[in-house]
Design a protein around this ligand. Structure first.
Ligand code: ME8
Length: 645
């Protein structure tokens, strides 16, 4: 029996959970359920992050103390996990004493050892944004977030010697290629670690933020929320820096699942904190991608935040669990649209899986007495089906255990579709007509066996539907056995036809249509465009055109702009000794991963300009206006630096 420990982030209780939170938690639940099914000793931890500025502000807005607010807001999370069938073994709140006392003990230990020290921090402080900025962050000398004035502030704070452990982390990543997944995330952190890693400010003066775990060696300060919250993964597992009080036997975690937004805090802050405690990082830190909704970023102001409760009410919890993990490869970004939901539900669940069960059961009801038929002597086609089932089990296991959920389901659906094809080509209706009962029974039995395998293998994602399917097949429970053979049912057991497992959806439920309309109505009205005077484009002569230097460029790296969602910051090789940094407004069309390795056309002699605080030394040619349709393409064989004309 192997030990398996999986964690989700601790979600902030500043607001209610949405599909993004549900996504991470469902993924962790599926992998936890899978390992339990296999008989492993599983521990699954989730919880809530209840300190910090965000929670403090949310409580203030509601006229509550932060603790009252947290006690209230933790409930929508716990209720949602119950409604989604999440089987966490523990739920930690960072305001619990089992956590706060250990965080304080860690702080004392690191302070006494010199890994935490006090120092003065100086910088531009924005009272409106309640944070420091560097000189180059400022826009016209003002706060880039709020546009309000900033003032120079010198503040004493406590720092964790993060930089001291940076080399250990660099080496760890080299020695443990499976630590940061998927690969693109490892590349991102390797890039981050190429720069100097400074020390981490881990305190906040109470005068600025009174809500947090008190610094045990200085009553004027609270602990920075990230330093506190990250420790939950071990405080919940029984860690204590005093060996006499330490009961932790679960670390390192097998999987820590997070979203890509909190990759650096986990890969860098958390790993170096663990090194300071003499502990290894998790075996795998997996940062998945980002959901948008109906093509837009989810945000309160757009009124398009999807409440998972609405989806559960309208579609049922298990199709929701399936859809979220099937729709996008785990690691990539994706878009949630109700029409896609209906399409996938009907194709995968109603047509493929549900229909294989329903049509097989109804044929057996009509022609084979409604009991599990006996197997007959296998033909070549039957043996091929068995071989496919064996391959499916092996591949499905490997893919699921690597958190490649959508790939694993695709593999399994390959078997389900093969089952439907098998029924079509064996023509049970013909066998019945011809009175070939032995073969008819054998064929239908194999179709049912595929339903059994699909039901067991999907049980981590749709457990109730699996039980329902297995009951129809005359099996009392989910058993992880005989999954590589088409001989796991009990011949003669009574079958139940009942209702189809997933009745086809004819149209979107009314509640969804109403919510979608409400979101559209709530969306801020787009400002009416002033009628622009039609620009008259004056012709230029060739000499003017010749002034523009266009070059072939190769995108070497791409990252999000720190301050503008529409923009990406690229490093482009245009055949010069130094890479060009180009800020391009193409984030609505391209992800950073799309761009690396792409050949583009660069306007190379444009005057450098600062775009939202980041210097841009050129421009890319693209089709479209503000909404980019695509980058101008370049034929194969063109190399960086080549002139374009
Ligand atoms: O960051 N798409 O909490 P948080 C996919 N308290 N996943 C999403 C998402 C989206 N649009 N939006 C949120 C915090 N998530 C800290 C973590 S851990 C010690 C402290 C998911 O409430 C995703 O897992 O902002 C992301 O990492 C997490 O919610 C952030 O939750």
């Amino acid at each position: 029996m192997s030990r398996f420990y999986v964690t989700t982030p601790l979600y902030y209780v500043n607001d209610k959970p949405h599909i993004g939170h549900a996504y991470t938690t469902i993924a962790a639940d599926v992998i936890a359920r899978w390992h339990r099914l296999k008989g492993d000793d599983v521990h699954f931890l989730t919880g809530t992050d209840e300190h910090g500025q965000k929670v403090y502000e949310a409580a203030e807005k509601r006229g509550m103390t932060p603790k009252q607010h947290a006690d209230d807001m933790v409930q929508p999370f716990q209720n949602l996990w119950e409604r989604l069938g999440i089987t966490n073994d523990d739920f930690i709140r960072t305001t619990e004493e089992r956590h706060t006392t250990v965080v304080q003990a860690v702080l004392v230990m690191l302070y006494e050892r010199g890994d935490i020290y006090a120092a003065d921090y100086e910088g531009w402080y924005s009272t409106s944004a309640e944070r420091f900025w560097t000189e180059k962050d400022l826009v016209d000398g003002k706060c880039p977030d709020t546009g309000q004035p900033v003032h120079w502030l010198k503040e004493r704070n406590y720092f964790f010697k993060m930089g001291k452990y940076a080399d250990q982390l660099r080496q760890w990543i080299v020695d443990h290629p499976d630590f940061l997944r998927p690969d693109s995330r490892r590349a991102e952190i390797e890039g981050y670690l190429r720069k100097d890693v400074g020390d981490l400010c881990i305190s906040r003066p109470k005068t600025r933020l009174p809500w947090g775990i008190a610094m045990p060696f200085d009553a004027e300060y609270v602990t920075y929320v990230w330093f506190d919250a990250l420790l939950n993964y071990i405080t919940a597992a029984g860690y204590h820096p005093d060996p006499a009080k330490n009961t932790m036997d679960r670390w390192p975690a097998t999987y820590q699942i997070i979203g890509k937004d909190i990759l650096a805090t986990h890969a860098v802050y958390w790993s170096t904190m663990l090194f300071a405690l003499g502990l290894p990082p998790a075996q795998c830190l997996y940062a998945h991608g980002w959901w948008t909704v109906e093509g837009q970023k989810m945000s309160k102001s757009l009124g398009n935040v999807v409440d998972p409760n609405l989806l559960i009410d309208a579609y049922g919890r298990e199709p929701v669990r399936y859809f979220l993990l099937k729709q996008i490869p785990f690691g990539g970004d994706g878009n949630f649209a109700h029409d896609d939901f209906m399409g996938r539900f009907n194709a995968d669940l109603a047509n493929d899986y549900g229909n294989l069960g329903h049509r097989s059961l109804s044929m057996i009801g009509k022609w084979c007495g409604g009991v599990v038929p006996a197997l007959d002597e296998p033909t070549e086609r039957d043996n091929a089906l068995t071989a496919l089932a064996q391959r499916t089990l092996a591949e499905y296991t490997e893919q699921l255990e690597a958190l490649q959920f959508s790939v694993a389901f695709e593999t399994l659906w390959g078997l389900v579709r093969a089952g439907n094809k098998y029924v079509d080509s064996e023509e049970p209706w013909r066998l019945n007509r011809e009175g070939n009962t032995a073969r008819l029974g054998g064929v239908m039995r194999r179709a049912l066996e595929i339903c059994r395998i699909a039901a067991v293998l999907t049980s981590p994602i749709m457990p109730e539907k699996s039980v329902e399917m297995l009951e129809k097949l005359g099996l009392p429970e989910i058993r992880f056995a005989n999954l590589d053979s088409l001989d796991g049912l009990i011949a003669g057991a009574t079958l139940t036809l009942g209702e189809p497992l997933f009745p086809r959806m004819q149209k979107l439920p009314d509640s969804i249509l109403a919510a979608r309309k409400a979101a559209e109505d709530a969306a801020p009205a787009k400002p009416k465009k002033k009628k622009k005077k039609k620009k008259v484009v004056e012709p230029i002569d060739i000499a003017d055109f010749a002034k523009i230097q266009l070059k072939v460029g190769l995108v070497v790296s791409a990252e999000a702009h720190p301050d503008a969602e529409r923009l990406l910051v690229l490093k482009v090789n245009i055949g010069e000794p130094k890479l060009r940094q180009i800020v391009a407004g193409i984030a609505s069309r391209y992800t950073t991963e799309d761009l690396v390795g792409k050949t583009v056309i660069v306007v190379a002699n444009l005057k450098p300009a600062e775009l939202r605080g980041v210097m841009s030394e050129g421009m890319l040619l693209a089709a479209g206006g503000r909404e980019v349709v695509g980058l101008a393409s370049i034929p194969e064989g063109a190399t960086p630096g080549m002139t374009v004309r």
